[in-house]
Ligand binder design. Structure first.
Ligand code: HEM
Length: 424
């Protein structure tokens, strides 16, 4: 038995490797009120499923700090009121039926056919990024590949030119939910970047209103939101568009980035599975991607707030409680996944992982992320051989973030594979 009072999920040592803590919680207290924070964490697969499906009681309408963190400083609120655009509550922070209207509209911009049509273009970016470092025999994989691939793709879809990429990345970082109070100055700096982001995109939105193009931003700008008593619907206003764009920016960047870096380490730590993958087919590569999502869960857990007193798994949760649904813990539940801590590229039920969430908020970008991961990993394995950690495991460090799990850096060395061709 682990003494649960000795667990500190917020401390860096646990953030580095939270899995023993998750196991202890699943076994001993699958609905647990974290003493340091007062919020609940749910770690068992069946209970996470039960809560996430009950949107009436486990609501997504959570008020966060202006720049998406949990701190709410008066100076930040004032700055936002003076210079920023108030964010509408659209997708991730809305409940049905409001959520349903926005989600229907955004789904139309993220169709399967649009993602299929992007395959050739994703492959091209993957190859260009590898071309940029392959002759060196070494790479800082996070900045040179894992950050760039998803950010280029979502930036293209939102009409942001490559010249503005650093700004785009800074805005994305500033918008990332941290789940920790980061202090007034850091909060102010984040808010300034978020305001800059808002004004930049108000200009892009105007451009698209005048001249729509074949991209997701144009689809969003020209879409019409269904409204009662207005069969024609109405266009989204600036606040609504900014809220959706900010979510695409964050959700589409950090997450896929973290999946790539974590996946590379999993491959290096599991040479037998790497050999199976190299000898295997696309089906195994797709299973590998599911396994990366299951084992690492780049979005470790997200919050809900209870709308009334409730009971989950026999535990009472009072109205108004913050509840963290821990996908990362549920994804290693041994009642669902045999040998849950092992990478298994032949796992039959790998697709039962819930790293993209479940139910009405299921990730809008899941199809796009899966395609980026599949094409990215397949090409990396084809073009690089004998990949090694340049500085050993001791050098691996995760960002201090309770919500998103991601490596800060990943220095690799490698040889060029003999058949160093782009995928056919
Ligand atoms: C490996 C990559 C990704 C992971 C692990 C991931 C994870 C998640 C999770 C867990 C949720 C559920 C939120 C909830 O239940 O409250 C979610 C929602 C969402 N994701 Fe992703 N995501 C990824 C990639 C992407 C990409 C590439 C995009 C867009 C370009 C995206 C856009 C969104 C949006 C807009 C939502 C909100 C949906 C809603 O509330 O209806 N995600 N994602």
């Amino acid at each position: 038995m682990t003494d649960l009072t000795s667990l500190n999920l917020m401390e860096q040592a646990t953030i580095e490797c939270p899995f023993p803590a998750y196991r202890a919680l699943r076994d001993q207290a699958p609905v647990y009120r974290i003493p340091q924070t007062g919020f609940f964490i749910v770690t068992r697969y069946d209970l996470v499923m039960e809560a996430v499906r009950n949107t009436e009681v486990f609501s997504s309408q959570i008020t966060q700090g202006a720049s998406g963190s949990m701190g709410a400083y008066p100076e930040v609120i004032e700055l936002f009121e003076k210079e920023g655009v108030p964010f509408a509550s659209t997708l991730i922070s809305a409940d049905p039926p409001v959520h349903t209207r926005y989600r229907t509209l955004v789904n139309r911009a993220f169709t399967a056919s649009r993602v299929r049509a992007m395959q050739g273009y994703i492959q091209q970016i993957v190859d260009e990024l590898i071309d940029d470092f392959i002759d060196r025999g070494e790479v800082e994989f996070v900045t040179e590949f894992a950050i760039k691939l998803p950010i280029y793709i979502i930036a293209d879809q939102l009409g942001v030119p490559r010249a503005d990429m650093q700004k785009f990345k800074d805005w994305s970082d500033a918008s990332v939910p941290i789940g920790l109070d980061i202090g007034r100055d850091a909060e102010l700096a984040r808010a300034k970047l978020v305001i800059e982001f808002q004004h930049y995109f108000l200009d892009r939105i105007e451009e698209r209103r005048r001249a729509p193009q074949d991209d997701i931003l144009s689809d969003l700008v020209t879409a019409r939101l269904e409204e009662e008593g207005n069969p024609e619907g109405r266009p989204l206003n600036g606040s609504e568009l900014l809220s959706i764009i900010q979510q695409l920016l964050v959700a589409g960047n950090e997450t896929t980035t973290n999946a790539f870096a974590a996946g590379m380490v999993l491959l290096l730590d599991n040479p037998d599975q790497l050999a199976l993958l190299k000898a295997g087919d696309d089906k195994q590569m797709r299973t590998f991607c599911e396994e990366v999502l299951r084992l690492e869960s780049p979005v470790a857990g997200l919050f809900r707030v209870t709308t009334r007193d409730t009971v989950l798994g026999g535990h009472e949760i009072p109205a108004g409680s913050l509840v963290n649904l821990r996908w990362a813990a549920a994804n290693r539940d041994d009642t669902v996944f045999a040998e849950p801590d092992s990478l298994d590229v032949c796992r039959r039920n790998a697709g039962a992982q819930i790293a993209f969430g479940v139910g009405v908020h299921f990730c809008v970008g899941a199809m796009l992320a899966r395609e980026e991961m599949f094409l990215g990993f397949r090409t990396l394995l084809r073009r690089l051989a004998n990949v090694r950690l340049a500085d050993g495991h001791e050098a691996l460090e995760h960002h201090p973030n309770f919500i998103l799990r991601g490596l800060k850096q990943l220095r690799l060395t490698f040889d060029r594979a003999e058949v160093s061709q782009a995928a056919e």
